[in-house]
Ligand binder design. Sequence first.
Ligand SMILES: C[C@H](O)[C@H](C)C(=O)SCCNC(=O)CCNC(=O)[C@H](O)C(C)(C)COP(=O)([O-])OP(=O)([O-])OC[C@H]1O[C@@H](n2cnc3c(N)ncnc32)[C@H](O)[C@@H]1OP(=O)([O-])[O-]
Length: 746
Amino acid sequence: MYNLPTNTKKWQFDIFLKKIFKKKTDAPFAQLLINVHPLPLFHVKSPIFLFYSASVRQGIVDSVKRALGDQKVKSVVICGQNGVFCGGADIREFGRQMSGPPLVPMIHDIEAANKPVVAAIEGSALGGGLELALGCHYRISHSKAKLGLPEVTLGLLPAAGGTQRLPRLIGVPAALNLITTGRHVTAAEALQLGILDHVTEHNTVDVAVKFALSVTGESLDGRRISSFSCAPLSDLDSLFEEAMLKVRGAARGAIAPVACVQAVRAAATLPYAQGMEREKELMATLFHSGQARALQYFFFAQRAVGRWSTPSGARWDTSQPRPVRKAAVIGLGTMGRGITVALAQAGLSVVAVETHAKQLMEAKKAVPSMLKRGAVRGGTTIEPDSITYSETVQAVADVDLVIEAVFEDMALKEKVFQQLSIVCKPDTLLCTNTSSLDVDHLASQTRHPELVVGMHFFAPAHVMKLLEVVYGRRSSPAAVATAMQLGKKMGKVSVAVGNCRGFAGNRMLKRYLEQAFFLLEEGATPELVDRALEEFGFPMGVFRMSDLSGLDVGWRVRKADGLADTSLTGTSARVRQGCRYSPLGDLLCEHGRFGQKTGRGWYQYDKPGGRVAKSDPWLHNFLDEYRARHGLVPRCIDQQEVLERCLFVLINEGFQILEEGIAAGPEDIDAIYVFGYGWPRHRGGPMFYADMVGLERVVERLERYHQAHPNVPYLQPSGLLRRLVANGSPPIHKWRNVIKNRNSQL
Ligand SMILES: C[C@H](O)[C@H](C)C(=O)SCCNC(=O)CCNC(=O)[C@H](O)C(C)(C)COP(=O)([O-])OP(=O)([O-])OC[C@H]1O[C@@H](n2cnc3c(N)ncnc32)[C@H](O)[C@@H]1OP(=O)([O-])[O-]
């Protein structure tokens, strides 16, 4: 077996072949194993996209041509390098001018070859990588490999024959599922589906070589997938109608899944060549789309947040995380239970503490069933004794890290941190799951404030991917690094943010919610506002979401802030600290309308805990009376205004957060909103959306709404937003430079 360095030039490859031929001619098996240009993958800094980097594609095209043209070569094995086959196209290249030999003809040449070509798959065979393997006559894989056509997650479709060959190989229903979801499958599932011919635990290339030798000279007619027909289906139309309904329902406006269904339909209804034309046509509708740009931006954004930094100069690559083997959770309410489950699922031993006997009992029942459901979903098994329960904080004396998740009340949390500071080992990290309270204040309750950080989980904590890691003024780099790493170990996307009221996510959400309330005052209805946001792509509009999370949660915070005072009348009823305020949410709560949990909120539900929201005539009367009482004349509000007021204030607060250094870059805010608040991924995130809409337009609209509502100061465009526009609205990947120059802190 011969390996070539990745940057092998064509002429070097020729010399390599000459040397091989010279040396091996007398070898027993004259069939030459052509390691068709080792395909390095995922070496950071190494080029990943082998098919689209012209030189690599040229290298592959040349070596395959040479191998296929050489009479002495009886079979070919295509394999990767460093245990990875190929992750498909280099996504970074999509924004650039494409060059070099096209992918499709190369795969055709391999498929049409008159000698067996075997793909030896290790690590990943994704996108164009799997499409190459589908062009081969046989596919051998290592048992740990992952395979898939994830193009739809990048706003694209498999455009190198994947939509035409996969349905012919494994059938339309299975291919539809893989292509419209973009999910990765294990080698075992790929074998069961019929994608693979053999799975091995051993050296895949060796097995592939032996296999390639064993099939030398055999007919390949039955091995050229493009010549297959799709397995007949009883009712093709209803299958595709159903599939289209399903993707449209799940896609919430994303266009790639719809195009994927159309492309697979072509495979089921058209001859291969016409199907390939259809695939090409559909890819052309996606390739330069805004959604594809948004999804490809987000592919890198969610990886960029791992490279965190803080204003004090702490960074991901210079801060050493501490090992965390044993953790504790204080408070076993809804959040505490979810965090306990997530820690156990990450393989940690957990001490779960609840001082209220009833709540402890309920948690002891709930947590095991949550773990069981998780085990079924994730195929994971949890050691039954990995969680121990206790009624006293003393039980956490020997843990490495504690997450406090008691009721959202500062006085209660202060007491817990004072206790922990006494009970725990001096180097134990003390973390709080508060969603808005002051982390620095809690740190000041302890002997080691440098070991205090926020770990803000999102409900349900064992399901939601987002984790805001909140660093305080005195949090040490090691404390931040440890929390970030633990988050990753729990399968979370951890985003480092600074300590301020509501941190990043909830701080922006407050502005979004307030604008929604103001829109109701001015004539909108919850239905109109929610429809606009759901058509934009949110899974739930702001009012349906509030009903789900409970109106009383926000009410408690507003009361704690001294805002929720419905005894005020006249103009002062709708003004707080000189700014406009809407008591609508407070009034609803005073009517006991907390949302789904009470069966009444902004909508009505068939019973307390009901999930299906129905318009509520009571609510509409209540709004009419409220407007009349405050002399508000309702006006016609369209979806555009709803979107601009709700989303642009959220975005503007995002810029304010970047300006203050609370978040290091736009990717952090976009990851927070996509993974924590349902911002549609195919819109990239709030900051990317602002870049797409145009920063000038965002400024112009905000100024227009501020003129109309001068007592809403945060409608004024933030300084950073104005500065970016003054700097010619540079593209989003250049914003960090503008931020850096302004903010010496960063
Ligand atoms: C014609 C054809 O039909 C079409 C058109 C296509 O083929 S479209 C392309 C289809 N292919 C994909 O969608 C595969 C995408 N990649 C992944 O799913 C994962 O990467 C992975 C393979 C499962 C490995 O996960 P990982 O967790 O081990 O490492 P990582 O942190 O994710 O990645 C490690 C580093 O590699 C970078 N990277 C990974 N895949 C990349 C890719 N395809 N292009 C460019 N960079 C990539 C990534 O940004 C990171 O960089 P940095 O942050 O270190 O600077």
